[in-house]
Structure formats: C-alpha cells, structure tokens
Design a protein around this ligand. Structure first.
Ligand SMILES: [Zn+2]
Ligand SMILES: [Zn+2]
Length: 263
C-alpha cells in the first residue's frame, strides 16, 4: 500500500510532535516562571525522579504509535466512505462546525469518565491502567504514559465518534489539540488554572490541575477529564478537593510555596 509510506509517516510525525511540543512548552513555561509564579502553585512536596521521566516519555512515545496507527486507519476509513471527514466549510457551515466540536468534547469527557472508572476495577487495572498510575507525582510528560490496551481504549473514541457524526477535518484537529493540551495541563504538577479559592464559581465546572493530581495521589476519586460534572453527579469527587483548591489559591495569593503545607 503506497499510502503507508507517504501518509503514515506524516501522521506519526504529527502525533509525536503534538506530544513533545505540548509537554515541552508547559515544562518550559513552568521552569521560566518558577520563582515568580509557579513556586507557590506546586501541588505535591514530592518531586518526580529521573526514572519517572524516562518511563513517562518512553510509554508516551509508544502511545503516539498506537494513536498514529488508529489515525491512519481512520484516514483510510474516511477515504473509503466508512466515516465522513469533510474539508469544505460551505458543506455544513460554521454553526455545524462549532456544535459538533463542542459535542465531541462533551461526549469525550463522558467516554473518558466511564472507561477510566472501568479501568480502575481490579481485574482491568493491571492490564489497562497500571503504567499510568506509576506516576505518583505527575509531570507534563506523563500525559500519554499508558499501557498499550489503555492507549487503544483512549484513541478508539475518535473513529467511534466519526462513525456517527460527520466532522470537518479542522474540527477533528482542534479536538485532538484540545485533548493533549488539557491532558498535559492536568499532569503539570503545578496548578495552572487561575483558581481564586472559590472553585464553584467561574471555573467550578472545569477541572483544575489539582483535580487530576489528586487522582494520582488517591485513585479512588476524581475520574473526570475536562469537566467536574460526572464526578459530582456520581459522588466520586475527592472529599478534600475543594479545600485543596482553596489552599492552592491561598498560597498563590500569599506567594508562599504550597508544597510546604502539603508535606
Ligand atoms: Zn493521569
Ligand atoms: Zn486512573
């Protein structure tokens, strides 16, 4: 198949590039503004070690290969008419573009919550999700640190969605960029959201970095990805989440290292 030698390398490069650039960018921003801003927003006292970084980068790069293979399969399926990914805005208009993009994000949040929760069942955890939880103190590089079966479950959402909902290719691109950005932000190790101490107000329904960091510290709660509503509706929000966000906000206001209160 000639397209394997022409299209597949492009998809692999985009997937690897998306991961490396986003994780490096967030790491660089945190490093550059550490003493003036992020020092007061570090979530855990513990620091990830060199072996953590090595494992996270190796397993994440492996995940990009699973994602690329699925991306190539999706490309072939679209070309054969099994899925619809269109290029011309005039076909369905901007409102359809915006609506399907928004719906895809909301649907992915539900898909992630329920598959993630299922992967925490003891029998499934060992096969699907153990590698991801080796990161006790997440770093931006742990975003794709999955076992291969987990990577397959994660990426399966995209062709499944496209099988039912025709999407513009730019909307699909925006979705995958949004998911890696939010994923890296959730693993940043420092609070990136502009938390005010009143998490139920402006950003109450958007998950903070603290939200997913708490999941890595105590895996019985906080299964959600982008939004907090599934954890709230199902009673799986960490009991200390609101207090922890308030603590981060307080230390950020006083410019005191938050980790000191967390040691
Ligand atoms: Zn995680
Ligand atoms: Zn988990």
């Amino acid at each position: 198949m000639s397209e394997f030698s022409t299209v597949f390398p492009i998809i692999v490069s985009v997937e690897i590039g998306r991961y490396l650039v986003t994780a490096a960018l967030v790491s660089l921003i945190v490093w550059a503004f550490w003493s003036v801003y992020f020092n007061a927003r570090k979530i855990q006292a513990r620091a990830a070690g060199a072996s953590d970084y090595r494992r996270e980068i190796f397993t994440s790069l492996r995940t990009t290969l699973v994602f690329s293979s699925t991306g190539f399969g999706t490309y072939l399926a679209a070309k054969s008419g099994w899925l619809t990914v269109y290029q011309d805005f005039a076909v369905r208009g901007w409102s359809y573009f915006a609506l399907t993009l928004l719906a895809m994000i909301v649907a992915h949040d539900a898909y992630f919550y329920w598959t993630h929760r299922a992967m925490h069942r003891p029998r499934l955890f060992r096969l699907f999700h153990r590698t991801h939880h080796k990161s006790k103190t997440p770093t931006p590089w742990s975003a794709y640190a999955f076992d291969v079966p987990e990577a397959i479950v994660m990426v399966a959402f995209v062709p499944l969605w496209l099988a039912f909902v025709p999407m513009h290719d730019l909307a699909v691109f925006t979705f995958v960029t949004w998911q890696i950005l939010r994923n890296v932000m959730g693993h940043a190790g420092v609070e990136l959201s502009p938390v005010s101490g009143r998490p139920s107000q402006l950003f109450g329904w958007l998950n903070t970095t603290t939200h997913h960091d708490l999941h890595h510290q105590d895996s019985r709660s906080n299964f959600g990805l982008y939004f907090s509503w599934w954890d709230r509706a199902m009673g799986t929000e960490h009991p200390d989440y609101q207090a922890r966000v308030a603590d981060v906000a307080k230390c950020a206001r006083l410019a005191e290292p938050y980790e000191a209160g967390n040691a």
